[in-house]
Every structure is written in C-alpha cells, then in structure tokens.
Design a binder for this molecule. Structure first.
Ligand SMILES: Cc1cc2nc3c(=O)[nH]c(=O)nc-3n(C[C@H](O)[C@H](O)[C@H](O)COP(=O)(O)OP(=O)(O)OC[C@H]3O[C@@H](n4cnc5c(N)ncnc54)[C@H](O)[C@@H]3O)c2cc1C
Length: 453
C-alpha cells in the first residue's frame, strides 16, 4: 500500500457528514466491496452506489495480502464434501474465470497491478506432504481435471524453484500474482470514474432496516445493503459465528534478482509448502521474495495484534530462512500482517440475510483475492435481484455452518492452531509429533469442521 500510495498519490475520499439516499450501500472498501460496486456499475450504470469504508479503500487485507489469486482445484476435497462433484467443479471453474477476469480488468482499465498468471506450485517438504499431494492430484484426476492440477517430480519442482527443502510437488494452472494494493487502488479509481460515491474514514455502526447504514455523522438510506467487512464480521451479530478472526503475517526480502536466478525461480510461480499451517511465497516484480504464514493468533475483536505482532513476524521469518538458505545474507526489510476470516469449511459463503435486503460474503479463510471477485459478481446480482448462473452457485446461501459462540471459538482456535504448528514443525524436523499435539490438531475434523489435518 505504501508503494501504491506513492505511485497514485495519497488523496482520500471525504468522510460521510450528512444523510444520503442510494440504491445500494456497501459496507467495506476491500476487494469484495469494490468488485461488488464494479459489477453493479457495469450491469446498471445509473444505479446509485455508495461505499462506506472505515479506513481507506484497500487499507485492510485487500491492500496488504500476498497477492496470490489462486484457484480452488486444491480445495476439491472440501468442495466435494459440501457440494458434490458437479458443484465442486462448477465452483472451481467459476474461480478460474475470476482469475482471468482480474487480468482483463487490469488490461481494460490500464491498472498496472503486476498481474502475472504463472500458476501455483505445491512443494512437499516432508513425507507426509507427499501423501497429501498425491490425494489432491488424485481428486483432480477423479473429476476429470487432470490438466488443471497435476503431479510434478522432484526434478520438475527444482527446475521451477531450487529450494533444498523441496521434495516433489504438484502444479495448478489457476494461479496469478498481483500487487494487491495496486489492484485495490486501481479498482477504486475505476469506480470513482463511474460515479460511485465513496466515503472513507467512515465507520458503519450498524444497519437499520431495511438497508440504512448508520454512521457517526450521517446515514445512507438504501434499498439494498452489502456487508463486505471480512474479519470485522466478528462485530456483526448475525455473521459472527460464521468465522474466527485469525492473524496472518508476511515478510519481504530486499531485492536479490541474481539469487532468484540461481534458484531458477524466474517464472513467477506462486508457491506453498503443504504444511497445514500454510506457508506461501512468491517473487515480486522487483526481484524480492514475499513469504507469508507460520504463526498468527485468534482474537474475538480486530485489534493491534493483527498488525503489530513480533512473534508472528519472527515465525514467518524463521520459515523463510529454513526454506531459502541461499538468501541467508539478504535482509528482510519489511513485515506486516492483517486479519483473515477463517470459516468452518475453509471456504467462503455468500448470501442474503433473512429480511432479503442485506447481502454478505464471508469466510475466505485467507484466500480471498480471486474468490472476492466472484463474490462481487454474486453480490451484485443478489442486490439487483438478477437470476443468473452466479447466484445459483452452491456456495450461495448454503445452510450456515457455525462455530461455537465466543470466546470459546477463539480460545479453541488459539490452542488448536498452536498444536497444528507444533505437529507441522515436528514433521518438518523429521521427528514424530507428540500425541497430544496430534490429537488436538485433529479436533476440528472430529468436530465436523473442514479444517486442520
Ligand atoms: C497478510 C495477509 C496475506 C494474505 N494473502 C492472501 C493471498 O496471497 N491470496 C489470497 O487469496 N488471500 C490472501 N489474504 C486474504 C485476502 O486478503 C482477503 O481474503 C481479501 O482481501 C478479502 O477482501 P475483503 O474485501 O472481503 O476484505 P478486506 O480487504 O478486509 O475489506 C474489508 C473492509 O471493510 C472495512 N470495514 C470493516 N468494518 C467496517 C465498518 N463497520 N464500517 C466501514 N468499513 C468497515 C475494513 O476497514 C476493510 O477495509 C491475505 C490476508 C492477509 C491478512
């Protein structure tokens, strides 16, 4: 976001300071809110659309994520359990189309968000990952998507990125990288050009029926409302049990393009190791590695833990140093974090609340760059009352799956997450994880959630 503000200028939109009328009011100016507004403006150019954002647009995770716009073929396991094979494949194809549409948007609106579709590499770093990888590929084969996600030998993995930690792996074609803040700011610009009214530094306290957004200094009376608040949904009573807010952190190296060339990692692939407590890493336009994941914490409310957590930065850095020893002399020059909205199914849901005028998307579970584009399409159709293929996707208005009430879900999530990390770390070091760590890490699955090993 610092790069984006330096490039585009730091101008902010005014705060809301009076009452307004609108057709659709959108709470939250991240990717979900921005894509919803974009799709609405495309479909109905005369619609009165207002976005209310408590920070600046893209100031939340949308402007600070890893920039992985990745497909869902690796999620087939959960998707099939939830929606059956046909629904799962349809969902994966829809996300794939969204990845391409993000690239098309950038081209059409001259948004240089460094969009690059180079695919997604899954690299196993211990024998347990080999089995996980095999199962993932087998499921893709089973649904006839063996050209979408396929196995790579050790040699093929090392030809793409020569980390000594990598064994073999798999490759998913649906994967593109973006500079997320450039994309968020580009979307914001395209919306302002289309006459969408955006108010920043404007916190929405609540929605009064049927769709009036109440803020400190003015209300927006609308016919339809969209809640696009990501992990802040923990503050909205009707959504709060659909997620646990978790923090995710990234570290960034200084530029070292010559070392990337030595690693042969010049193809722009997104990479993840196959730990349950996922690590994800990518190169940047200017020859750096951005490396995410490792630790994080659960909290009932979004507070400074989500942005200023030295332990989480340290854990991300440790993972980076382990996987990329040839970068030992390259400094880590930045680190940052933000909240993610972990859902009971590891997948987002999109829908309409009972009264029929309030729509939402929540539960991206730290994987929202491409899905938020799809959510924007669905939310725009729901708000317009349009009957389209998108609103018939299986993740639209499914039976809600809920976590236990707070604070139990956050406390439980914190304990389980540390057990998962302990198990992952033991396996990485080639020692057997403790029975306690294994048992606690396996609790979510035993409780019926699609989370954990
Ligand atoms: C460190 C990190 C790395 C990540 N990496 C990736 C990745 O590589 N790939 C991937 O797919 N996903 C990644 N994610 C997740 C991804 O960023 C999100 O899923 C995605 O940005 C969700 O978009 P959103 O618009 O729903 O949420 P957000 O970007 O969080 O937008 C929600 C907005 O709502 C605003 N808001 C909240 N409450 C209110 C209120 N009451 N009034 C007004 N405004 C409000 C917030 O300020 C915020 O700007 C990452 C997340 C983090 C934190």
């Amino acid at each position: 976001m610092r790069e984006a503000l330096a490039r585009d200028g730091e101008q902010t939109c005014a705060q809301l300071n009076r009452d307004l009328d609108a057709d659709v009011v959108i709470v939250g100016g991240g990717f979900t809110g921005l894509w919803t507004a974009y799709q609405l403006a495309e479909a109905a150019p005369n619609l009165g659309i207002v976005i209310l954002e408590q920070d600046i647009c893209g100031g939340g995770p949308s402007g600070r994520n890893g920039g992985f716009a990745s497909g869902w073929w690796d999620e087939l396991d959960g998707l099939i359990a939830l929606y059956g094979e046909e629904g799962a494949v349809r969902s994966c194809r829809a996300i794939g189309a969204s990845i391409d549409a993000i690239g098309e948007f950038c081209g059409r609106h001259h948004v240089d968000a460094w969009f690059r579709k180079s695919g997604y590499l899954f690299a196993s770093t211990n024998p347990r990952h080999e089995a996980v990888c095999e199962e993932m590929v087998e499921l893709a084969r089973h649904v006839g998507a063996d050209d979408e996600l396929y196995r790579l030998t050790a040699g093929e993995v090392h030809a793409r990125c020569d980390s000594p930690a990598f064994l073999s792996g798999a490759f998913m074609k649906d994967g593109a990288s973006v500079q997320p803040a450039f994309l968020a700011r580009g979307l914001r610009r395209a919306l302002l050009e289309r006459g969408v009214r955006i108010y920043e530094q404007t916190h929405v306290q609540r929605l009064d029926g049927p769709a009036t957004a109440v803020t400190d200094n003015g209300n927006v009376r609308a016919k339809q409302a969209v809640l696009a608040v990501n992990a802040w949904a923990t503050a909205w009573p009707r959504l709060r049990r659909r997620l646990v807010a978790w923090s995710s952190y990234i570290v960034l190296t200084a530029p070292a393009p010559e070392l990337l060339a030595q690693l042969r990692w010049t193809g722009g692939e997104l990479i993840t190791d196959l730990r349950t407590s996922v690590r994800y890493f990518r190169t940047t336009h200017d020859g750096r590695i951005a490396f995410g994941g490792g630790g994080g914490r659960a909290r009932t409310r979004i507070d400074h833990t989500f942005t200023h957590d030295a332990r989480a930065v340290r854990e991300a850095a440790e993972g980076f140093r382990r996987l990329f020893p040839s970068f030992a002399d390259v400094p880590l020059v930045d680190g940052w974090g933000g909240p993610i909205d972990v859902s009971p199914t590891h997948l987002p849901t999109i829908g309409t609340l009972e009264e029929g005028t309030v729509h939402y998307a929540v539960g991206y579970t730290g994987n929202g760059v491409a899905p938020s584009h799809l959510a924007g399409r669905v939310l725009a159709d729901l708000a317009r009352g349009a009957d389209t293929d998108e609103v018939r996707l299986p993740m639209v208005n499914p039976k809600p799956r809920l976590f236990p009430p707070q604070p139990f879900s956050s406390l439980g999530a914190a304990v389980i997450r540390r057990a998962i990390i302990a198990k992952d770390t033991a396996e990485e070091r080639g020692v057997a994880p403790s029975r306690l760590a294994s048992a606690v890490a396996g609790l979510p699955r035993r409780m019926g959630y699609l989370l954990g090993p």
